[in-house]
Design a protein. Sequence first.
Length: 355
Amino acid sequence: MSRPLVATIKLNALRENYLLAKRLHGGRVLAVVKANAYGHGALPCAKALEGIADGFAVAAIEEAISLREGGIRAPILLLEGWFEADELALIDQYELWTGLHRLDQIAQLAAATLSRPLHVWLKIDSGMHRLGIAPQEALAAIAQLRATGKVEKIIGMTHFARADELDDTSTLSQVGLFRQAIIDSGVETSLANSGGILAWPSAHADWGRAGIVMYGGAGVDRPLPDWPQSVMQLDSRIIAVRDLPAGEYVGYGSRFLTSRATRVGVVACGYADGYPRAAVNGTPVLVDGLPSQIIGRVSMDMLTVDLTDLPQVGIDTPVRLWGDGLPADTVAAAAGTISYELFCNVKRAHFRYVE
């Protein structure tokens, strides 16, 4: 029997979450499948969404080429654009859309030999201060791009720093700054990430970009009525049971001390599988569908859970680490991180794709 750690990816939930994002946003929405679809499997997820999604978005050209060679024909956007000018030949060959975030890249584009003009997503820095040209440079950059003769369409794009924080108004400031930067330019626009789609209607534009909300992560800092479905379920099993008296320590660093006679279950999953080592005592799990909690420190291949109040369970009992009934955001909060990181870190699990 193989190690019992299984990541089940529910493709129908993925599709429904995408359609929810598109309904909330209006217009067209890209499905963001960078970082191996946030750990869910880029090609299986893209295949499940093709014919439904208006296009896909990835971080780098290697990710885009993998999708193209896997049979994906829908538009694919390189969110970070090209890193070296010679990648423009591949962008042309694989018929990709590309981001552009530095003024010197306009000259690189003008010098490139292309078989067709490109769709260019011009990133404007409205306050994130990561990638993008300054707002006051936007209109001149748009004019320069048009003058190259190498551009079929320009989409003005920006990215929000705090769209997930519903009490913070900086998103509205970014929206205003971006719209002022491209006023009367005639370009299409894309502002909203998952948080923008869910919570900031003024950020809805020609194109949205659905990321974590598509995979069932919260996207914002409090529940909303149309809550996305969990797409990944991470499940394992109990592989050993220990009965300990009060006053015994459990695990590395003796972090947990039993205060009563305690029944301890050992689960086949650890930080080498992507479960966060920083998860604290009390982090919830579901054992045979019933609430339990982690006790002791997560180790490389195993973690330990409290079975004291579940006398009916034992070796080979299923354990849900996150998924239906236990949102990944809840687990992430207990580890001081975010569900994005949990999903992206999953490895050594058997991946199973279901409708």
